[in-house]
Structures are given as C-alpha cells and as structure tokens.
Design a protein around this ligand. Structure first.
Ligand SMILES: [Zn+2]
Length: 130
C-alpha cells in the first residue's frame, strides 16, 4: 500500500518490516506531508507553510483543475464520436438489410418457383421408378 503525498508526489512514509509485512512508521517525504499525515500524533490547530509551498499548492490545484477540464472536453468528444458511430452503424445495418432484401428477395422467389417445379416433377420421377 503505497501512498502519494499531495504536496511532493512522493511516498510519504518510511516503512519497517514488522514480521507480517511492511508497516508505515514515519512520514519522511516533506514538511507539508509531515503535517498532512499526522497518524497517531495530535492534529495541529494551525499549519504554517512557506510562501513557496503555499504558491506550489495553489499552482497544483490550478493545474489539476485545468487537467480535469481538458479530460471532460476529451470525454465529451469521445461520447459525441461514439454517438455518431452508433448512428452510422444503425444506418449501415439498415442499408445492408435493404440490399439483402433486394438481392435475396428475387433469388428466394426464383428458388421457390424452382422448388415448385421440382416438387411437381418428383411424383413423375417416382412413377418412373415403380
Ligand atoms: Zn510530501
């Protein structure tokens, strides 16, 4: 179970093998990560951060928001494409069905006629055999 510090993107914890697995025992990534992952320690009433860290967090939030907006635009584009493709597929299916009817319709009718003729001829053939 590896975590990712929202401030520095590193795994915030230092792990030790407790005999059953790796246990997170300390936050070692960065100062803000240390404040964020309090664990068993008491929560501080206030957190003081440097201007650079504060600015960095703001930039990160802005960047994430822009990424999210871009993803939403891309997703909507894909949904539009999928809708278009589905509609085109339905049209193609209908066109194919029309073609099938046009081609096989007369062929089926001819096969039917041939069958009628063959069926009519069969008793004659049987008569010849007996
Ligand atoms: Zn960190």
């Amino acid at each position: 179970m590896s975590d990712e510090c929202p401030f520095c993107n590193r795994d915030p914890f230092h792990y030790v093998d407790n005999g059953l697995g790796m246990e997170a025992v300390a936050v070692t990534c960065c100062e803000l990560g240390d404040e964020f992952y309090r664990g068993a320690r008491p929560e501080p009433e206030t957190v003081t951060m440097s201007w650079e860290d504060f600015h960095g967090v703001g930039c990160k939030i802005s960047s994430l928001r822009a990424q999210l907006a871009a993803q939403i635009i891309i997703q909507r584009g894909w949904e539009d494409e999928a809708r278009k493709a589905t509609s085109q597929l339905a049209s193609a299916r209908k066109a194919l069905e029309d073609i099938r009817k046009r081609i096989y319709g007369p062929a089926n009718a001819q096969m039917w006629d041939i069958r009628q003729i063959v069926d009519a001829a069969l008793p004659l053939t049987d008569d010849f055999r007996t």
